[in-house]
Design a protein around this ligand. Structure first.
Ligand SMILES: [Zn+2]
Length: 251
């Protein structure tokens, strides 16, 4: 829609959204999602640079170019979720400032070659309780040093913090801080059901599969457990952060 003011996307008058997987999540890659009402296209989580061409292709298969995307929403700033924001130069980019500040500070501390193992305990206080945490931390550090670059997120003037800027009608940000502080899952009213775009608050359909996902330990494991249970109670259809979508079967 060339020439349309970007702000028009904030309050589309057509509230019925359709939600589709653009890139299916797996143990090694995050789910990217399209929310669209036919006029306003929104991408949730953009993935990593090596997935950029796949994301663009998935959009083009639906007749959507990157310039047609009006909003990008980041569930959180783990590297596997956010590094193609710069593909969407005409989009507003929504995220929580809480999650952004927390992650930026974490990546900066991880770059401290001398002290990173100690510094990381500020962000992941449960590190010593998790058997595989040291491996996770070392991997996260490697990824952060290799890939983290705020320029890949998009330009600062595109950012809108969810704390102060409401999402379009029919899309609710639901804070799920167990994974990382300020993480949001999205509850989308489609007219037929409530679809949950979980981000990493719900990694896989089966809880046991979570172990296989190459992501971090929870910031707060009890909160993580509660977040997951709440999302399963709120939605009829769930798109996990690292698995295929599924339908919640009522009891
Ligand atoms: Zn994550």
């Amino acid at each position: 829609m060339p020439g349309t003011a970007v702000n028009n996307a904030d309050r589309p008058d057509q509230p019925h959204w359709k939600v589709e997987e653009l890139l299916a999540g797996s143990w090694r890659g995050a789910t990217s999602v399209l929310i669209s009402n036919g006029r306003c296209h929104i991408v949730v989580d953009t993935g990593m640079p090596h997935e950029a061409h796949l994301l663009v292709k998935a959009l083009e298969n639906r007749g959507i170019g990157p310039a047609d995307v009006r909003l990008v929403i980041n569930t959180h700033f783990h590297i596997d979720h956010v590094l193609n924001g710069n593909l969407f130069g005409r989009s507003l980019i929504y995220a929580t400032q809480h999650s952004f500040d927390w992650s930026r500070s974490l990546y900066s501390d991880l770059a401290d070659g001398q002290n990173w193992e100690k510094l990381v305990l500020k962000y992941y206080p449960e590190t010593l309780l998790h058997e595989r945490a040291r491996t996770h931390m070392a991997n996260l550090r490697k990824l952060a040093l290799r890939w983290w670059d705020v320029k890949r997120l998009g330009a600062p003037e595109q950012f809108r913090w969810i704390e102060t800027h409401p999402l379009p009608e029919g899309i609710e940000a639901f804070v799920t801080s167990g994974h990382v502080p300020g993480h949001v899952s999205l509850l989308v009213s489609t007219g037929e059901n409530v679809t949950v775009i979980a981000g990493d608050a719900l990694l896989s359909r089966e809880r046991e599969e979570d172990e296989r996902v190459a992501t971090m330990i929870p910031h707060h494991s009890e909160q993580f457990r509660l977040d997951r249970a709440r999302l399963l109670g709120l939605g009829d259809r769930i798109l996990p952060g690292h698995d295929h979508e599924f339908t919640v079967v009522g009891d």
